[in-house]
Each structure stands twice: as structure tokens, then as C-alpha cells.
Write a protein that binds this ligand. Structure first.
Ligand SMILES: CC(C)(COP(=O)(O)OP(=O)(O)OC[C@H]1O[C@@H](n2cnc3c(N)ncnc32)[C@H](O)[C@@H]1OP(=O)(O)O)[C@@H](O)C(=O)NCCC(=O)NCCS
Length: 180
């Protein structure tokens, strides 16, 4: 099962991350201490770190292990962030990060809602889920706007190097579709 290469919304174009995105990834979000605060990976120190991530994204598209899109503002062509979808029928999971220069303009809600809507519309997908740090109020708001609901708090779920957590707690949000 594969995700579409491109998803278009009112203001955004989602397209596969490629290795030439490394510089923009680094400067937009991956090298930002603010944007990566709650993330499960270390803030990138060099563009080489973002290049390794971009190469991994290309490999994911090839193998189908995950579908990481660059989120591009259609009008300006600027990269705003990324959204990644993993398809493991009957469930699909999402993750995302946006550059802090672009927060508060509804971009994450617009992109994440479109990906969630695509995923839950697939006949073999019955659950779309995401986790976030209990203190990540912005991310929780994005998930609620995309139609997900808080299901549980998971103990020891995720490492968060910027918070010094080797196995920190996460809120599990999910959108469920009836099986019959
Ligand atoms: C979380 C994140 C994706 C939100 O991106 P964004 O583009 O600012 O989100 P939106 O503009 O679509 O905002 C969605 C809602 O969240 C609210 N919100 C955003 N940041 C918030 C915050 N820090 N506290 C409370 N609410 C917040 C907005 O007010 C908005 O609600 P509204 O439409 O009712 O006004 C962005 O802050 C980010 O990339 N953070 C770092 C990476 C991250 O945490 N990723 C998720 C890991 S689980």
C-alpha cells in the first residue's frame, strides 16, 4: 500500500522529500532548537545531518517504509515543514514538524488534516494515530483539528533528547473508523 506522491490543499503542496532539500530542512526546522524541542531526534548540528535525513526519506519512498512529504507553500515555493505517514494496515501513523517562523498560521492543521483525510478514506485503514508530548499543546490542537481524539497516556513511549528523556510519556491521539 502506498501514499500518493503529491497532496494539494488550498495553500499547500505536499511532495516527496529529496536529498536536495537538505539545506532547506536544516535551516527551516531540523537545525532549530525551538522547532525540535519535543522531537524524538537530536537537533541537527550540521547540514550533513539533514542530508542523512533527506536520503533516508528518499529510501523510505522507494521501499514504502514511510511517506515523508515536504510541505511547500504553493504561492511562495517556500518549504514550511514536513509530514510523514506510515501505512501499516489496519492502522496508519503520522508525524510532523514545521519551521517556527511559520507557526500559528494554520499550516500544520491544513497539511495534517489533508493527510489524515486521505489515510482514513483508504478501505484497509481503520485507525489513524499520532503521539505527542503531554505538554505539546500546539501539536495536540493540530491533531484535534484533524479529527483525532485523546485515547490514552502512554508511559515510557518515546526518547526526547532535547528534554533529557530516554523514555518519556506521550499522549496517544487516534481517529477510528468502524469496521462494519
Ligand atoms: C505543533 C506544530 C506542528 C503546530 O504548527 P502550526 O502551524 O503552528 O499549527 P496551526 O497554526 O495549524 O495551529 C493549530 C492550532 O493549534 C494552536 N496552537 C499552536 N501552537 C500552540 C501552542 N503552543 N499552545 C496552544 N495552542 C497552540 C493554534 O492556536 C491553532 O488553534 P486554533 O486554530 O483554534 O487557533 C508546530 O508548532 C511545530 O512544528 N512544533 C514543533 C514540532 C512538533 O512539536 N511536532 C509534533 C510532534 S508530536
Amino acid at each position: 500500500m502506498r501514499a500518493p506522491d503529491e497532496i494539494h490543499t488550498e495553500r499547500l503542496r505536499l511532495r516527496p522529500i529529496v536529498r536536495s532539500d537538505a539545506d532547506a530542512i536544516f535551516h527551516t526546522y531540523a537545525g532549530s532548537a525551538r522547532a525540535t524541542h519535543f522531537m524524538p531526534f537530536k537537533t541537527h548540528q550540521h547540514v550533513a545531518d539533514s542530508l542523512a535525513f533527506a536520503v533516508r526519506c528518499q529510501d523510505c519512498w522507494r521501499s514504502g517504509a514511510a511517506f515523508p512529504w515536504a510541505v511547500i507553500e504553493t504561492a511562495s515555493g517556500r518549504m514550511l515543514g514536513n509530514v510523514e505517514l506510515k501505512l501499516s494496515p489496519p492502522q496508519a501513523s503520522i508525524g510532523y514538524i514545521f519551521g517556527d517562523a511559520f507557526w500559528g498560521q494554520g499550516f500544520a492543521s491544513e497539511a495534517v488534516s489533508a493527510v489524515v483525510a486521505w489515510a482514513i478514506a483508504q478501505p484497509d485503514i481503520y485507525r489513524v494515530w499520532a503521539t505527542c508530548h503531554p505538554g505539546n499543546l500546539g501539536s495536540a490542537a493540530v491533531l484535534r483539528k484533524a479529527g483525532l481524539h485523546l485515547e490514552a497516556t502512554l508511559a515510557n513511549w518515546e526518547a526526547r533528547p532535547q528534554l533529557g528523556e530516554v523514555a518519556g510519556p506521550s499522549h496517544m491521539y487516534a481517529l477510528i473508523k468502524p469496521t462494519a
